[in-house]
Ligand binder design. Sequence first.
Ligand SMILES: [Zn+2]
Length: 152
Amino acid sequence: MASDLTNRVLLKSQDRMTKGAYFLGIELGAPLRLSGAVFGGICLESGLYLYCGSAYGPGGLDARINRHLKRRKKLRWHVDRLTTRGRVRFVGRVPEGRECALVSQFSALSKSSFPVPGFGSSDCKVCPSHLIKVDAEVLGPFLAQMTMVEYF
Ligand SMILES: [Zn+2]
């Protein structure tokens, strides 16, 4: 994991109620074996993953992202298994954006893959999944061009 992806804050959202799409950069320091009826037994190798989602409900992006950042929570979404076991290293916000457009962008990067078909995309008929495994070195320069990315 490139250290320049950590501890940098480029821009923090000022508008607390902004709605739109977001992505989480989640680092798994160790392999993670998924549980549950759908993905049980699938093992994610260690490395960097992107999860793309959207928040158009009350509270907007901030409420959703704050929940993702919580380490202790009742497991509700597929991605909760990663955010509770791995570490969220950065979050990107795209006001008025759509998560499937983000998935399309990130999956076009070299060395990107969809390790778990259907993960996080139960409601989506377009994307292989909303979880993408990415190469940190490929992603770094791409992220540097984006505004509204917070690093942790
Ligand atoms: Zn999608």
